[in-house]
Design a protein around this ligand. Structure first.
Ligand SMILES: [Zn+2]
Length: 290
C-alpha cells in the first residue's frame, strides 16, 4: 500500500496506522469497506480501596464522575488495558451471607467510552436510573476486575425487575466468607475495616502467609482469615492497618491467637506491596504482652 501510494502521488511517507488511507485506496479500486465489528465484552469492577481509610467504597465517586479507576498500581493492569470502547461494565461487591450463600451485588452498570491505556482509568457512561441488585451464586467474581463468563452475561447485564425481586437477599450480610464462630468473635472485637481485610486477602489470593496453604471451599472459592498481629481492642489496642495484618489459614490463626507461633518477617510469605511493621511482630513475640 505504501508502494502504491508512492506511485500514485509521489509521496513516500505512509502513516504507521494506515487504516483510513488504506481504505481510501481500496475504495478507489472498487472495494467495499466494511467496518470490522468487535464483539462487546463484559466486565465486573471492584470499587473498594484500602488506601482510602475513611471511605474505602469509591462507588459513589466513580458513578458521580463518570469513570472507574483500578485501585491497584501494580495489579490487573493488562486486564484494564484490554477493555475496549463500547464494552459493558458493572460495579460489584462480592460477599457471603450468614448462611454462607455467595452474593454478587451489582451497584451500577455502564458503557466504556474511553480507556487511558495506563492500566487504571476507564471513562464510563453509567446507565441512568439503575437500581442496584443482588445475585446469588455469582460470588466467584471477587477480584478487582473480572471479564464476565458468557453464561453470566445475561444474569448480570440483562436483568429484569422480576429477577431482581426474586433475588432479593435478607439484610443478614457479612463480608467475605467468614465462618460463624469467627464472625461472632470479630463482631465482639471491634469495628474493623472490611475493605482492608478484603484487599489483603485478594492480594494473597487467600494463601496463608505462614504455612502457604490455600484452603479451598469449592473449585472457585478459597478461604482465608486476617489476623491483627497486635490485636485490636483492649488491652492491646493495635491499629487496623495493613502493616499490622497478615493473611492466614484457620489453623495458623488459632495458633497465633494462642501465641503458639512466633512471627518473623524472614519466614513470612510477603508481597512487596505489603509492608508489615516490625513493631507489631515484636509485640506479638514479646512475653510481657500475653
Ligand atoms: Zn497456615
Amino acid at each position: 500500500m505504501k508502494y502504491a501510494h508512492g506511485l500514485a502521488v509521489e509521496e513516500y511517507s505512509w502513516p504507521v496506522n494506515g487504516g483510513e488511507s488504506t481504505n481510501k485506496y481500496l475504495k478507489a479500486f472498487g472495494f467495499e469497506i466494511e467496518i470490522k465489528k468487535l464483539s462487546t465484552n463484559y466486565y465486573v469492577l471492584g470499587a473498594v480501596w484500602n488506601s482510602d481509610k475513611k471511605k474505602p467504597d469509591q462507588s459513589e465517586r466513580f458513578i458521580a464522575n463518570g469513570f472507574w479507576q483500578n485501585g491497584w498500581t501494580d495489579k490487573f493492569l493488562d486486564i484494564v488495558n484490554g477493555v475496549k470502547i463500547g464494552d459493558r461494565v458493572a460495579i460489584k461487591s462480592s460477599f457471603a451471607t450468614r448462611d454462607r450463600r455467595s452474593i454478587l451485588r451489582i451497584k451500577a452498570i455502564g458503557t466504556v467510552y474511553s480507556n487511558d491505556n495506563n492500566g487504571r482509568n476507564l471513562k464510563i457512561n453509567w446507565d441512568n436510573g439503575f437500581v442496584p441488585f443482588d445475585l446469588e451464586g455469582c460470588g466467584s467474581y471477587r477480584k478487582t476486575i473480572h471479564k464476565v463468563a458468557n453464561e453470566d452475561i445475561d444474569t448480570i447485564f440483562n436483568y429484569s425487575d422480576e429477577a431482581v425481586k426474586e433475588d432479593k437477599i435478607s439484610n443478614l450480610i457479612i463480608d467475605d466468607l467468614e465462618l460463624p464462630a469467627r464472625t461472632r468473635r470479630e463482631i465482639n472485637s471491634i469495628n474493623r475495616d472490611q475493605g482492608l481485610v478484603r484487599d489483603l486477602k485478594e492480594l494473597y489470593n487467600n494463601q496463608c502467609q505462614i504455612c502457604s496453604i490455600t484452603l479451598k471451599i469449592s473449585n472457585t472459592i478459597s478461604y482465608s482469615e486476617v489476623h491483627h498481629i497486635r490485636p485490636l481492642g483492649y488491652p492491646h489496642n493495635g491499629p487496623d492497618i495493613h502493616s499490622n495484618m497478615i493473611v492466614v489459614c484457620p489453623n495458623c490463626h488459632v495458633q497465633l491467637d494462642f501465641r503458639e507461633t512466633r512471627l518473623s518477617k524472614r519466614t513470612l510469605n510477603l508481597k512487596h506491596s505489603h509492608n508489615i511493621d516490625e513493631i507489631y511482630i515484636n509485640y506479638h513475640n514479646s512475653e510481657e504482652n500475653r
